[in-house]
Design a binder for this molecule. Structure first.
Ligand code: ADP
Ligand code: ADP
Ligand code: ZN
Length: 219
């Protein structure tokens, strides 16, 4: 098993790189953000509870997201997982460690994607995704080849997230610095932390992550 965490602020490029790893290494992406948006769109009780919290840019409770991850780890068979947007708190990090240990698995690498805050505003404000296949695009850095049509699946259902606005981003960044950034120290201490320069272009970042994974495997 290869289990990887992609760690970084909103807009750092976690989802983009997770999809590359799915394609290139056959790992399964577990994005708590995607799971929560699905719950919201399908109107479940939990979805109703999290909708306002997400719109504000606050974190959803640990209990809810740990429950979502626990269920996926139980139900999905894979040769490895990419945790995208999870864990976001120390309690979530502890819970993930326990869940992996319980099934006889471990973490192979935590990849911190370093991007400065000014770049995040640009990244978030130009982001749109395919509602059908989940491909992530950007108005400037990764436009579709044909306007309004997904390159991957041909769908015309291209969407912008309601929380990708300046005010919500400000709150999401605050949450990141207060609650998630301590995980950098936590995983440094466990010896699992690797950092890559997330400001480079998408292919270069993918290359750096590939190098980290090859290095991590030799440990
Ligand atoms: P981004 O791609 O901008 O980093 P995500 O799609 O990962 O954002 O998350 C969107 C929202 O979902 C977050 O602002 C938060 O409200 C909620 N969320 C996602 N993952 C978690 C988590 N692990 N813990 C708490 N809240 C989460
Ligand atoms: P996260 O999942 O960390 O919130 P995303 O993968 O959704 O981040 O990326 C945020 C936006 O930035 C998207 O519009 C994406 O197309 C774009 N993007 C991602 N990586 C890069 C990169 N290395 N250079 C330029 N733009 C990027
Ligand atoms: Zn698509």
């Amino acid at each position: 098993m290869t289990n990887i965490i992609l760690l970084g602020p909103p807009g750092a490029g976690k989802g983009t790189q997770a999809r590359r790893l799915v394609e290139e290494r056959g790992l399964v992406q577990l994005s708590t953000g995607d799971m929560l948006r699905e719950a919201k769109d399908s109107g479940t009780e939990m979805g109703k509870v999290v909708a306002d919290v997400m719109a504000r840019g606050d974190l959803v409770t640990d209990e809810i997201v740990i429950g979502l991850i626990e269920e996926k780890l139980r139900m999905v068979k894979a040769k490895g997982f990419i945790f995208d947007g999870f864990p976001r708190t120390l309690a979530q990090a502890d819970a993930l460690g326990a869940l992996l240990r319980r099934s006889g698995n471990q973490l192979d690498a935590v990849i911190e994607m370093q991007v400065d805050d000014n770049a995040l505003v640009e990244r978030i404000s130009g982001r749109f995704t395919c509602g059908n296949c989940g491909e992530v695009y950007h108005d400037k850095t990764k436009p579709t080849a044909r306007a309004g049509v997904c390159d991957v699946c041909g769908s015309g259902d291209l969407r912008r997230r309601a929380d990708d606005n300046a005010e919500s981003l400000k709150q999401r960044l605050m949450e990141y610095y207060k609650k998630t950034s301590p995980l950098i120290g936590y995983y440094y201490a466990t010896g699992d932390l690797f950092s890559v320069d997330g400001l480079r272009d998408i292919d270069e970042v993918a290359q750096s992550i590939g190098n980290v994974l090859d290095q991590a495997k030799r440990h």
